[in-house]
Design a protein around this ligand. Structure first.
Ligand code: FES
Ligand SMILES: [Fe+2]
Length: 349
């Protein structure tokens, strides 16, 4: 049911250490830990002996030992020790996933391991730019991964759901309107792009504080979606007083069909020189409160309705052009991999 031969974001680096971490990814139990060199290791979280989770066991050097009867597996998934027994059958080996740490995230490759190429990991160079500061956040979401992505692909919700925090006031009926609304989408190979600009608009409290804006600004969102499910957002707020830039990347990894892992970096070019507002901690708390307070309750409530009302389809409007473009492309990608197109892709085409 999930696309193969892609890097999926699995964890934040601080979550992976010598204590094993269990994370279900695309319906598969995975255990993550670090080897002696500090590199991430990802194995099936299922001992081949009697299916015990290896994540309840112990990391021993580069290996992991099952806590039930003591089988030991190396970092390639090979069973290297069975207590009181010399021969080890090859069917005792378990699956290993290529794993990489890059741009402040830990990624695993699902698919043909021979095709795993770290240069194919989503490109996030702003996270390592000395003139920027990235803040990382993880959320577990009780909703399908595409529903979470759709929340980012339809940025018009910022002008209503986030009208008091991140967005503008222009989504409110009778509220002040921008002089101009520009919106276009386009595709370049497997990437779907969009550009949205609101000219001369009153923005909400956070961007006002970030840029010390006292007047209206131009608010520009440049977005790019790439498989399996990353939404890159380049955001600019600009007027005669100031111009501030933010890159935030939203990376949705399926846990199951109805639950997801949501990773985000918020990388800004302002407030990075000292302990004045906004510090990394301020940004972390703001982002955490907006996403867990506004976005996630909404997508989880949508998921509940979708579970109850089988077969319903959406009514796309102009602002949904990016969602529709991504869903059409996704449908082709599933078909190209001989996977039945999931209903959550079909309902929003
Ligand atoms: S279940 Fe792991 S050693 Fe028996
Ligand atoms: Fe949002």
């Amino acid at each position: 049911m999930f696309l193969n031969n892609y890097w999926y974001c699995a964890a934040l680096p601080h979550e992976v250490g010598t204590k094993p971490l269990r994370r279900v990814i695309c319906n598969e139990p995975v255990v993550l830990y670090r080897d002696i060199q500090g590199n991430p290791v990802a194995l099936e979280d299922r001992c081949s002996h009697r299916q015990a989770p290896l994540s309840t066991g112990d990391v021993r050097g580069n290996n992991i030992q099952c806590v039930y009867h003591g089988f030991v597996f190396d970092d390639a998934g090979k069973c290297v020790h069975i207590p009181h027994q010399g021969n080890i059958p090859s069917r005792a080996h378990i699956r290993a996933y290529p794993a990489e740490e890059k741009w402040g995230f830990v990624w695993i490759w699902r698919g043909d391991a021979k095709k795993a190429d770290a240069s194919k990991i989503s490109h996030l160079p702003w996270t390592t730019d000395a003139k920027r500061s990235p803040v990382y956040v993880y959320f577990h979401v009780k909703a399908n991964h595409q529903l979470v992505a759709d929340n980012l692909l339809d940025i018009s919700h910022a002008d209503y759901l986030h009208s008091n925090t991140l967005g503008s006031k222009s989504g409110i009926m009778g509220g002040p309107q921008p002089d101009k609304v520009e919106f276009r989408t386009w595709q370049e190979k497997d990437e779907i792009h969009s550009f949205r600009k609101l000219t001369n608009v009153e923005v909400a409290s956070f961007p006002k504080k970030w840029g010390n804006f006292t007047c209206n600004v131009d608010r520009t969102n440049i977005q790019m979606w790439e498989a399996p499910n990353t939404v890159h957002v380049h955001l600019e707020f600009e007027n005669h007083e100031n111009k501030i830039l933010i890159n935030h990347d939203h990376i949705m990894t399926p846990e199951t069909e109805t639950t997801s892992h949501y990773f985000m970096d918020f990388t800004r070019n302002f407030g990075i020189d000292g302990d004045q507002y906004p510090t990394d901690e301020d940004i972390y708390h703001e982002q955490h409160s907006v996403i867990s307070g506004d976005d996630l309750p909404m997508v989880e409530a949508q998921q509940e309705n979708i579970n109850l009302c089988k077969g319903v389809v959406d009514v796309p409007v102009k602002a949904d052009k990016l969602i529709s473009a991504v869903h059409r492309h996704l449908a082709d990608m599933y078909l190209a991999q001989d996977i039945i197109v999931p209903t959550y892709v079909l309902v929003r085409r």
